[in-house]
Design a protein around this ligand. Structure first.
Ligand code: PMP
Length: 970
């Protein structure tokens, strides 16, 4: 084959013109004046010409390409330019109408063309490509293929090194030239595998003219509103030729692997999904795609090697050389059957049914008769308070029933491998069944088979054509090639490995098709595809198949159907289903942990055992309404009073922050006999009628003061000018009083939690409180979000301003998520209010609520969580403060302690709020294992208010995730 191979015959060494020669050609041939700069190219020579008529590209074709091939490219560009909304270059013509022009360069006959320079950044220059970006790129590749399907040209059937259709010949010709023997072996093995798949199906693949090189170099993108790349153009038509339709998709799916080395298949799936949506792939094409992608990766790796030999000095070639080999390594690691299953799912094709082997012998005594499933998933009730990380606790669960053989379920999303949040998606989905049995337990072969691998404690048995049984956790004496009969003792259960959380067990897994290293656990995002090739091995063990858990789509469907849409969701388009919390972590239904940066409600951490015990104990004893006398209510009132300065000592207990503020406003209005309330603009104090009116004043009884904002406000960066906020506020109040409307009250957060943790200017509340009190008004401090020790150096936010309010409202942290809230005021005000009305809130301050609230205060104190807020908050400052200035999009780090806000702006100069970016950044942070959400008037401030048990390590993790996001894009 090598002797007749066309790719060895001609070297694709590109022409060698100087920049000044290029500039001269542009002028003499096309009448275009300008300076020339060389651009990279594998086989041609390209120059950017910048002059008063804008920017153009002079393309000097490799002499290996005929004028007809260059015409093919020009016509293909024209064809697409008129059909795509994205930018496509169209060759300019000389005054006499030619768009391919022969020239003589030192005796060499070359052809030149002039194209407009297309603005945009190559997609590959954007580090991270989010799933919707990949989908959009796949869709553009699909539209290119769809439009080119109607394009014809006599030169289309050309021999081209980069055509996937020619990959077998190219690799055969060039692989022997690869200098590194490991690389050579890998590329040959990859191509061999691809050819095996293509041997049967290639003749059925649709053919047409394709662009042939739609990849990250040639797709141009611009940032959209959210700061994500959005494909806006396609360039470089040098590889246009007749090929397989599916190759257009395969080239891009191969190319994006370098953007997602940890999850290349998930990236390819997004490309295929996008492509298929506009250019539906046929079933045979979907089946061929894994091989086409691998063939493309092999082809480009060997071609890069060859180009490096030809042009060792070219930076462009050197860069693409290493990228080509890295991509091949990544792609070669994806089993074809897995990719096929994933692509079928992406294209909405049904799962392929496969023959299932059925048990012919029992594996372990007692199975199936005494088999009992144990729950090691996120739903387990047997493991709590982090005990899923404790091997002894797991052992107790597994051994709970001494008569039973415990079974670890197939398809289970496991909690028991939890090590806390990680940047990458953890492998949590179990692809086999675990049979728990003591070390040394005899184990029989359930089926006859031939040993295809015997390493360590893992045995692979070929049990049927294309079906492998994987057994792990066994001690045995087999070697590859041995034949085992059903019912033979296959080995004995191995002792537990030191690093294993699970007690001794045999892992039983079925594998369909050629998969070198089948994993026992896989990430949830790729679990459906894996389950197509590793189906439930229950029949092999004589067990009933595992019941599937309700999936998150059904959970979401039910919520959308039966719960008001105005009860909004975080991540509304694709909310994670969160089913467990522990300390500062939240766990989704797949068992993935996230660092919870948003939950100030769970102030002492999720599922705190002290809080749970207090609630459970009191629920067993008594829970009733507050018109009965019981001790807990007075004890909690006394405890709250002890935390507040004099004269704040009388408590009303309700259920939410909204109610607390509503009651505080009523107290002020009824005791003063006035109606007017002063607040800060854009301030949320609750959803009740009276509190909602503060956010949306419809009536002039609400006076909203300008809210101080040191980052984007009019006095930003000027401490002296910040003081003017207080002066302006006082003047506004005085005007209102002069108009004959002295207010009943002033309400605000003494530290602006809902703006993202903004500290009020020094002296602000002193001035405003004085102005309000001067006219007999009442000062209400809404400590619902910001009180309770979160600020670290202050238990109450009003302390930071050096004031004592007349009324304080608390909620959220008060019950660590249990609905208990309070209004605290002075005796004098409480007596005046009591003279007007009684207050009865049925389940405000129940015995359970009060015990929970007392437990929260105990934990805060005993675990020194306020001190932790100082220490960890200072660490947060040290980690994130440098981001201001380092990243253009970070405008400010607000706040103190563990109530912080990272303000995202469009650029450092304008500091215009960047809400779309903030939302996209939160999505990216979620994919990296951090739950964070925007807040503020413009929803552009990331609120950082984790449970107070958060550690410096967690802040390091947050910093790492944020840095990666801001550096590599979102
Ligand atoms: N006040 C402030 C400052 C708040 O942030 C909130 C809730 N975000 C409330 C009051 C209302 O509290 P709840 O949701 O418990 O009704």
């Amino acid at each position: 084959m090598t002797a007749t191979n066309p790719f060895l015959g001609h070297s694709l060494r590109h022409p060698r013109l100087s920049a000044s020669e290029a500039a001269e050609i542009a002028q003499t041939v096309f009448g275009l004046e300008g300076d020339a700069t060389e651009l990279g190219s594998q086989q041609d020579q390209n120059f950017r010409i910048d002059g008063h008529r804008g920017s153009h590209v002079l393309k000097v074709a490799n002499p290996a390409f005929s004028p007809a091939e260059l015409d093919l490219q020009n016509r293909a560009m024209e064809h697409l330019a008129s059909r795509l909304r994205e930018r496509v270059p169209v060759a300019l013509r000389t005054p006499d109408g030619r768009d391919v022009v022969p020239i003589d360069h030192h005796g060499e006959h070359l052809h030149v063309r002039l194209l407009p320079f297309i603005e945009g950044t190559p997609l590959r220059a954007f580090g991270y490509l989010a799933p919707p970006v990949l989908g959009a790129a796949g869709e553009l590749a699909g539209r290119i293929a769809a439009e080119l399907a109607s394009f014809e040209h006599p030169a289309a059937e050309r021999t081209l090194q980069w055509n996937v259709r020619a990959a077998a010949d190219v690799v055969a010709a060039l692989a022997p030239e690869v200098r590194d023997p490991d690389r050579r072996a890998m590329v040959e093995r990859t191509m061999e595998r691809a050819l095996e798949t293509l041997a049967s199906g290639a003749s059925a693949l649709r053919e047409q003219i394709i662009h042939g090189d739609v990849n990250g170099w040639n797709l141009l993108a611009e940032r959209d509103r959210a700061g994500r790349p959005s494909p806006c153009g396609v360039i470089d038509f040098g590889d246009v030729s007749q090929s397989w339709t599916a190759a257009e998709c395969a080239v891009l799916a191969c190319g994006v692997a370098e953007h997602a080395p940890a999850a290349p298949l998930q990236a390819a799936v997004e490309i295929v999904r996008g492509f298929h949506a506009v250019m539906p792939l046929e079933e045979v094409e979907v089946a061929a795609l894994p091989a086409l992608i691998a063939a493309r990766a092999a082809l480009s790796a060997v071609s890069c090697d060859q180009q490096l030999l030809l042009a060792p000095e070219s930076e462009y070639v050197a860069e693409s050389f290493e990228a080509g080999w890295t991509r091949l390594v990544t792609i070669a690691s994806i089993p074809f059957p897995l990719a096929h299953a994933a692509f079928r799912e992406a294209c909405g094709l049904t799962r392929l049914t496969r023959p299932m082997p059925v048990a012919t012998a029992a594996m372990i005594e007692g199975v199936p008769a005494r088999a009992v499933s144990v729950d090691l998933s996120v739903d387990t009730d047997a493991l709590a308070f982090g005990s899923w990380r404790d091997p002894a606790a797991i052992k107790r669960v597994v051994e709970a029933d001494p008569q039973a053989v415990a079974i670890g379920r197939y398809g289970e999303r496991r909690m028991v491998h939890d090590v806390g949040p990680e940047l990458g998606e953890p492998a949590t989905v179990h692809l086999g069944i675990d049979l728990f049995a003591g070390p040394g337990t005899p184990t029989m072969a359930p089926l006859a088979g031939r040993v295809t691998r015997a390493t360590g404690q893992e045995l692979l048995l070929s049990v049927q054509d294309g079906v492998t049984l994987r057994l792990a956790g066994l001690e045995f004496r087999w070697t590859t090639g041995d034949l085992i009969a059903a019912g033979d003792e296959i080995g004995r259960v191995a002792p537990v490995a030191q690093d294993s959380r699970l007690p001794a067990h045999v892992h039983v897994q079925l594998v369909h098709g050629a998969v070198d290293d089948p994993p026992g656990l896989v990430p949830a995002s790729i679990a459906a595809a894996w389950s197509a090739i590793c189906p439930d091995p229950a029949p092999v063990l004589g067990l009933q198949p595992a019941a599937a858990r309700t999936d998150s789509a059904a959970t979401l469907g039910r919520r959308r159907r039966f719960v008001a849409t105005s009860q909004i969701l975080y991540y509304p388009s694709d909310p994670p289903e969160i089913e467990r919390g522990w300390r500062q972590w939240l766990y989704d239904v797949d068992g993935r942990p996230y660092l919870d940066v948003v939950n100030n409600v769970a102030v002492v951490g999720h599922s705190h055992p002290r809080v749970e015990a207090a609630a459970a104990r009191q629920l067993r004893r008594l829970n009733t309404n507050s018109r009965f006398l019981y001790d807990a209510m007075g004890r909690f009132g006394e405890r709250l009073a002890s935390l507040l300065p004099d004269p704040l000592e009388v408590v009303y207990l309700v259920n939410s922050g909204s109610e607390a503020n509503d009651l505080a406003l009523r107290l002020a209005r009824e005791t003063s006999g006035r109606d007017g309330v002063v607040c800060l603009e854009d301030s949320y104090h609750g959803w009740t009628g009276a509190t909602n009116e503060l956010l949306h004043p419809l009536h002039d009884r609400v006076l909203a003061l300008v809210k101080p904002n040191p980052c984007t406000g009019q006095h930003r960066d000027d401490p002296a000018a910040l003081a003017s906020y207080a002066r302006a506020a006082v003047a506004t109040i005085e005007r209102r009083v002069a108009d004959g409307h002295p207010p009943a009250a002033f309400i605000c957060e003494p530290y602006l939690g809902n703006s993202g943790g903004v500290t009020l200017p020094d002296g602000y509340l002193r001035a405003v409180y004085a102005a309000i009190r001067d006219v007999g008004g009442i000062c209400i401090a809404d400590e619902v979000q910001v009180g309770y020790g979160r600020l670290g150096r202050h238990f109450w936010a009003f302390e930071q301003q050096g004031v004592v309010p007349d009324v304080v409202t608390i909620a959220k942290a008060t019950g660590n998520g249990h609905p208990v809230a309070a209004v605290i005021t002075t005796h004098e005000l409480a007596e005046r209010f009591a003279a007007k009305t009684d207050i009865f809130s049925s389940v405000g301050g129940t015995p359970v609520s009060c015990e929970v609230a007392l437990a929260v205060l105990d934990v805060l104190e005993e675990e020194h969580l306020q001190e932790n807020a100082v220490r960890v908050g200072d660490h947060l400052t040290a980690c994130l403060d440098p981001f201001v200035g380092r990243f253009d999009s970070v405008g400010a780090l607000h706040g103190i302690g563990l109530y912080r806000g990272l303000e995202l702006v469009r650029d450092a100069e304008s500091r215009a709020p960047a809400p779309a970016q903030a939302a996209a950044i939160c999505d990216r942070m979620r994919s990296l294992g951090v739950i964070v959400q925007p807040t503020g008037k413009h929803a552009n401030v990331l609120k950082l208010k984790p449970p107070l048990c958060v550690t410096c390590d967690d802040i390091d993790f947050l910093t790492e995730a944020l840095e990666l996001t801001l550096d590599a894009g979102w």
